[in-house]
Ligand binder design. Structure first.
Ligand code: FES
Length: 175
């Protein structure tokens, strides 16, 4: 657990604390890192989880991972850029991540995903030809209590239905 902000704290620790407070996916990622006991040799697994949660590995995410694993940022960037399955930029201007973990699946995430796929003429993992929307799936984003959950442009949104999901992405998809 990161201690509260305090004067004299290293800049990276201050930023990490801000991230933890601003986006619950960082908390989920922190929990995942704890499961690996902050082991540096778990870097690839941690980056996989991070990409699943965020859709891609943005700068803040890479720095957060570096800080949590006590690795130089250069090492984390090096690994993230070396492997082709990691992506550092969002392919689309907007992202929609449908959670397909057990709790969300049981509550209908498959229908939510199907509705988005149909409306956007897009399969999970793809991006619309105009690069406006990328559609991704995750196994569990740690929000099972509000299943089925969908993350729209970084905002975890509770209890989605096919209708609410289509409503959310409608503005991003040319009809
Ligand atoms: S299964 Fe979807 S948030 Fe856990």
């Amino acid at each position: 657990m990161i201690a509260a902000l305090a004067p004299g704290k290293p800049k990276a620790a201050v930023r990490a604390a801000q991230l933890l407070g601003s986006d619950q996916r960082f908390k989920i990622l922190e929990g995942h890192i704890k499961k690996y006991q902050h082991r540096q040799d778990a870097l690839i697994e941690v980056l996989h989880k991070a990409q699943e949660l965020f859709g891609y590995l943005e700068d803040d995410v890479l720095r957060f991972v570096a800080w949590q694993l006590k690795l130089p940022a250069s090492r984390v960037y090096g690994v993230a850029t070396f492997y082709h399955f990691f992506t550092l930029k969002p392919p689309g201007a907007h992202t929609c991540v449908v959670c397909m973990g057990t709790a969300c699946y049981v509550k209908g995430s498959r229908r939510v995903l199907a509705a988005v796929e149909e409306h956007a003429h897009l399969k999970a993992g793809g991006t619309t030809p105009d690069h406006q929307l990328s559609l991704l799936t995750a196994r569990c984003i740690g929000a099972c209590g509000i299943a089925p959950a969908v993350v729209y442009d970084g905002t975890v949104t509770p209890r989605q239905t096919p209708e609410t999901a289509v409503e959310h992405i409608r503005k991003w998809v040319a009809s």
